[in-house]
Design a protein around this ligand. Structure first.
Ligand SMILES: [Zn+2]
Ligand SMILES: [Zn+2]
Length: 238
């Protein structure tokens, strides 16, 4: 296409029929070994040229993936065996993937389990009773392992249980606790030390044992040391 002037400005009509005239600044130059080819500019404007290469790239990737899919499909047995061998060689890695998947889909999994249970309640109650008695030892071990792996969560759960026990039914959420820590810049309100130098714990301003609630407005972040020093006293560091 030739250079077309509009109001004294040099431009071109973009080769994309849905586009139109644009000034030359909107066209990438076209050169071969540094020498301009044709009118010296690409036939499509920058916008259209970029869109075209994006589309071409996407099509190429799609085609590449499709080829790969077909190849894997045609060699299914081979790839299955490779995967099995790989799993055998790296059991801990796959256990980790499995664990993460379960964690991410926990709600889904729980919901499905609940549905199954609802369908056959008596059966599951019977199983539950039996297994509860049979697995007391394992359960204790598991609880201990869980505590070691997720001390934060375990503490939160035991705080909730404790709060419920002491008649308060209000409990704060994990998000509220995170917000509170952020608000105080991750510092212990007693000694002023900051995470990660110390680990902040939830201190109940009015202790649960004295009727304090577990709601966020009765919680202050203290490091473990200050928390245990405060013990069962009612001190508001806020
Ligand atoms: Zn265009
Ligand atoms: Zn402290």
């Amino acid at each position: 296409m030739a250079i077309v002037y509009q109001d004294g400005i040099a431009g071109k009509v973009c080769a994309n029929p849905e586009c139109g005239w644009k000034p030359l600044t909107e066209f990438h130059p076209k050169r071969l070994l540094g020498i301009p080819v044709g009118d010296g500019y690409k036939s499509r404007c920058k916008e259209c040229a970029n869109a075209q290469s994006r589309a071409e790239y996407a099509a190429k990737i799609e085609k590449y993936r499709e080829t790969q899919r077909k190849y894997v499909e045609a060699n299914k047995e081979h790839y299955r065996k490779l995967k099995r061998d790989h799993q055998k060689a790296h059991p801990e890695r796959y256990a980790e993937i499995d664990r993460r998947w379960k964690e991410e889909h926990r709600e889904e999994i729980n919901l499905k389990a609940k549905e199954r249970r609802q369908k056959d309640l008596d059966h599951y109650r019977e199983i539950g009773r039996n297994s509860y008695e049979r697995h007391a030892e394992e359960r204790r071990k598991y609880a201990l392992e869980y505590y070691k792996r997720f001390p934060e969560k375990s503490v939160a759960a035991s705080n909730r249980r404790r709060a419920l026990k002491y008649a308060s039914k209000i409990t704060h959420t994990e998000a509220e606790w995170q917000n509170l820590k952020t608000f105080y810049n991750f510092k212990c309100l007693c000694c002023g030390k900051q995470e990660p130098e110390i680990k902040l714990t939830r201190d109940h301003v009015l202790p649960l044992t004295q009727g304090g609630s577990d709601s966020i407005d009765n919680v202050q972040p203290l490091c473990a040391r200050c928390n245990s020093k405060k013990n069962n006293k009612h001190i508001d560091y806020r």
